[in-house]
Design a protein around this ligand. Structure first.
Ligand SMILES: [Zn+2]
Ligand SMILES: [Zn+2]
Length: 263
C-alpha cells in the first residue's frame, strides 16, 4: 500500500507481454468495406497516421493502401490477421480479388484533373449514415455512378478543393472522411442527382455483376443499341458534369455496345 496515494500498487505483467503481437485497438470490417478503408481505420484506431502506417507494414508511401486493394499477398494478410484478430480470409476478402471485375476497376490515379476519374468514389450520405464511416468496394468500380440507397450520384473528389480522395497520405490522426488537402468533411458534400437513364444502366450492370451472363447484355442488340445511342447523346452524365466520375465514359458495356454498332 502506498502511503501517499492510499492505493495498492502491485507489479503486473508488461503490456506488451499481455498483448504479444496483437495491436491494442480492434477494428471490425464493415459490409463491403474496401481493404484500404479498413487499414486507414485500423491505423488511426491504434494511434498511427495512415501515411506512417505504410512503414509499419514495410511498404513505401504513395498510394500504398490503394495498391494493396488490388494485390494483397497472403503473407501480409496472415501477418495482419495475427495482429488484429480478423481472419486472414476476411482481410483478403476486402481486396478487389475478383479477376472478372478487373476491366471495371477505376485506374489507380490520385490526381484529379477535371476530365479524368480518380481512383475511388464515395456517397456523402452513406458516409454520414455510417457509425464508423468507411469506403465501399463497389465505389472502386467505373460502372458504379450512383448510390442505390440514397439515389444520388457518387463523387470522386473533394467539392471544396477538387482534390482526389487520398486518406493514404494523411499525416494526422484524422478520419478518412476528412479531405487530406483542405480538411473538408466529405460527409457534408451536397447531394447530386443522377439521370434516370444512368440508373437504368446501373441496374443492368448490377444484374451483370450479380452473376449474369455477359452475352445476356452485351450480345443483346436491343440493349447494345440502346446503350450505344444513349452513350452518343451523352445523356448518361451525372449533373453537374464537374462532379461526374469520368470513369463512366469508359464503361465496358458501353464500349462493347459501340464496337458492336461499328461492325
Ligand atoms: Zn449512399
Ligand atoms: Zn479538399
Amino acid at each position: 500500500m502506498s502511503c501517499e496515494t492510499g492505493f495498492a500498487i502491485e507489479i503486473r505483467e508488461r503490456y506488451q507481454d499481455v498483448v504479444a503481437d496483437r495491436w491494442p485497438a480492434a477494428v471490425d470490417p464493415q459490409p463491403d468495406e474496401l481493404l484500404s478503408s479498413w487499414l486507414h481505420r485500423l491505423a488511426i484506431a491504434n494511434g498511427v497516421a495512415p501515411q506512417a502506417f505504410a512503414g509499419v507494414l514495410g511498404l513505401c508511401g504513395g498510394m500504398w493502401s490503394a495498391r494493396l486493394d488490388l494485390r494483397l499477398l497472403q503473407d501480409l494478410a496472415a501477418w495482419l490477421g495475427a495482429r488484429t484478430d480478423v481472419a486472414p480470409e476476411a482481410i483478403s476478402a476486402m481486396a478487389m480479388s475478383d479477376g472478372a471485375l478487373v476491366p471495371l476497376w477505376l485506374p489507380l490515379r490520385e490526381t484529379a484533373r477535371r476530365s479524368r476519374s480518380t481512383w475511388i468514389q464515395y456517397c456523402p450520405l452513406c458516409l454520414a449514415d455510417d457509425r464508423a464511416p468507411y469506403f465501399r468496394r463497389s465505389w472502386r468500380l467505373a460502372s458504379r455512378i450512383s448510390c442505390f440507397t440514397h439515389s444520388c450520384g457518387l463523387r470522386d473528389r473533394c467539392p471544396a478543393c477538387r482534390a482526389g480522395i487520398a486518406p493514404f497520405a494523411q499525416t494526422e490522426l484524422v478520419p478518412q472522411y476528412v479531405c487530406v488537402r483542405c480538411g473538408f468533411d466529405l460527409r457534408g458534400a451536397a447531394k447530386i442527382s443522377v439521370e434516370a437513364v444512368a440508373r437504368r444502366l446501373e441496374t443492368v450492370d448490377r444484374r451483370y455483376l450479380q452473376g449474369g451472363n455477359r452475352q445476356e447484355f452485351v450480345g443483346d442488340p436491343r440493349m447494345g443499341g440502346a446503350l450505344a445511342a444513349r452513350s452518343r447523346r451523352r445523356r448518361h452524365r451525372v449533373r453537374p458534369a464537374a462532379h461526374q466520375p469520368a470513369g463512366v465514359g469508359a464503361h465496358p458495356l458501353l464500349r462493347a455496345a459501340r464496337a458492336k454498332g461499328r461492325r
